[in-house]
Design a protein around this ligand. Structure first.
Ligand SMILES: [Zn+2]
Length: 191
């Protein structure tokens, strides 16, 4: 990985810190006016928004397209092509299973991964490769920290999920609007 640091994040540990200047806003959804999305619906939306955030975070803009790399097999992947289409063969893959809600939307635990590796065709090899490359990316202590957190129980609240959705969408919108980054000398997080 040549781009191992999430852009414009003040704290890469949590999605909730992606944009300090973001104010929670009402998310749009296709439900009846006045009805609130259910918790499972919010989980689904958080998964989708966070997946896009991770795939874009781990990609570099080059030659008019976004190119990333699989955390496990290190294969280069076109994440978004020149026409703006997201490649369905690129996933956001979890090191600790996403069944562990405490790490389901954790910045360190979720990384770009090719669909083949994410399908766990060879689970032992995939996890061994994932761990080795994750150690190179975030450090062995951070990986051990993830493994220790995996046993913690956590039930996300509506507010947490809404914040994940809002922040992830803001990151994606901002990054796509500024594919080559902010002009030099620009400071601060302005989404
Ligand atoms: Zn792969």
């Amino acid at each position: 990985m040549t781009n191992t640091t999430p852009r414009k994040t003040t704290n890469p540990r949590t999605a909730t810190n992606l944009g300090k200047t973001i104010r929670p806003r009402k998310t749009t959804h296709k439900l009846r006016s006045g009805s609130k999305p259910t918790l499972p619906q919010l989980v689904k939306r958080a998964d989708a928004a966070f997946s896009r955030y991770v795939r874009l975070r781990d990609a570099e803009y080059t030659g008019g397209q976004w190119v990333g790399q699989c955390i496990s097999c290190q294969r280069k992947l076109v994440v978004i092509d020149r026409d703006g289409h997201w490649n369905p063969a690129v996933n956001a893959g979890h090191y600790i299973s996403r069944g562990r809600k405490v790490l389901r939307w954790d910045d360190c635990n979720v990384n770009s991964q090719c669909a083949h590796c994410n399908a766990w065709q060879d689970k032992v090899k995939m996890l061994r490769d994932y761990r080795r490359n994750l150690c190179l990316k975030i450090g062995e202590n951070a990986v051990s920290d993830l493994e220790a957190q995996a046993v913690m129980l956590h039930k996300p609240t509506r507010d947490e999920l809404l914040e994940i959705i809002t922040d992830a969408k803001a990151y994606v919108s901002f990054t796509l609007a500024h594919p080559t980054g902010l002009p030099s000398g620009t400071t601060g997080l302005v989404y």
